[in-house]
Ligand binder design. Structure first.
Ligand code: PMP
Length: 311
């Protein structure tokens, strides 16, 4: 079964879904996207789409700011996506990429308002994005995270991601796994595609969204399970960069990165530089939840059966 995309209002083979070179979003980054995981559960042979509704609510918030008008509600976007996944027939972990964009084939026009909009969604096989066991080596980026006075950093606007891409490229070329960006005041904001948590003094601490962090859905998931399943106190407050060096544990959260341990920042080891016990406990439960194995959290998962299609 070849992978299927939903594009220009219909389902079609992914390889046939394309856009023209005049497309506004291609030139100016005038699009809003999401990354959603579909987690394959080999035991019951279903793909569990994780917190799809919340992803589409964030996408629609971005559409409002970018004046991208879609003829679909959040529920309709969920239904289209579940159908696309079912038709694609993947029997492995997938990454679902919806994108709402200014599809008008017009250049040299910067007023968004009159431009036509479209929506596409497709999925690709996707295993681990970062090493989930070996703790990541991170550096503080020389790039600062975008401010709300520049491009709203709490929405997934395509043009914003040049900031993440410059930071990630710089970090990898310098031999690190990931970059941590500071905001204009020098406080820790987040990774290039992940939120940051620090475990220090018996509490989990994460930067507030006001420090230009994306309100991550994985961040929200981990906050909930830390509080409700492990009785941990979770605090949102400014984190100066040097405080991260002194943390007992640090980890990153994101749809792609799941829950990834951090072993060092700027070559300062965090504790002994390996995954800490709190990170491990949270990661273990998180993986069961995203594969639909924990009844209490099954409402976060949309099961899709791909077995009939692939059989
Ligand atoms: N920060 C940025 C810049 C991101 O792109 C992402 C990935 N969406 C995250 C944080 C994590 O967000 P989520 O847990 O919703 O995937």
């Amino acid at each position: 079964m070849p992978p299927v995309a939903f594009h220009n209002g219909q389902f079609m083979p992914l390889e046939q879904a394309s856009i023209g070179i005049m497309t506004h979003a291609f030139h100016y980054g005038t699009a809003v996207f999401e990354g959603i995981r579909g987690n394959w559960n080999a035991e019951d042979e279903h793909t569990y789409i994780f917190r799809m509704r919340e992803h589409y609510e964030r996408l629609l918030a971005g559409c409002k700011v970018m004046r991208i008008r879609l003829p679909y509600s959040a529920q309709e976007l969920c239904d289209i996506t579940a159908q696309m996944v079912e038709m694609s027939g993947y029997t492995q972990d997938i990454y679902i990429r919806p994108i709402a964009y200014k599809s008008a084939e017009r250049v040299a026009i910067l007023n968004l308002d009159p431009l036509a909009s479209s929506f596409s969604v497709m999925a690709v096989p996707f295993g681990a994005y970062m090493d989930l066991e070996a703790a990541a080596r991170c550096c503080t980026s020389s790039w600062r995270r975008m401010e709300d006075t520049m491009i709203p950093p709490y929405l997934k606007i395509s043009g914003l991601y040049v900031n993440s891409i410059l930071a990630k490229t710089e970090a990898v070329l310098a031999g690190f796994d990931e970059a941590i960006l500071l905001n204009q005041h020098g406080y820790v904001s987040e990774g290039t595609g992940e939120n940051l948590f620090m475990y220090r003094g018996g509490r989990l601490i994460t930067p507030p969204v006001e420090d230009n962090a994306l309100p991550g859905i994985t961040r929200n998931t981990v906050t909930d399970i830390a509080r409700n399943e492990f009785g941990l106190q979770v605090v949102e407050r400014h984190i100066p960069r040097s405080e991260v060096y002194l943390a007992d544990e640090v980890f990153l959260t994101g749809t792609a990165a799941h829950l990834t341990p951090v072993g060092s920042l700027d070559n300062h080891l965090i504790a002994d530089g390996t995954m800490g016990p709190v990170t491990r406990q949270l990661q273990t439960l998180y993986f069961d939840i995203v594969r639909g194995k924990v009844p209490k959290y099954i409402h976060w998962c949309t099961p899709v059966s791909t077995k009939l299609v692939s059989a």
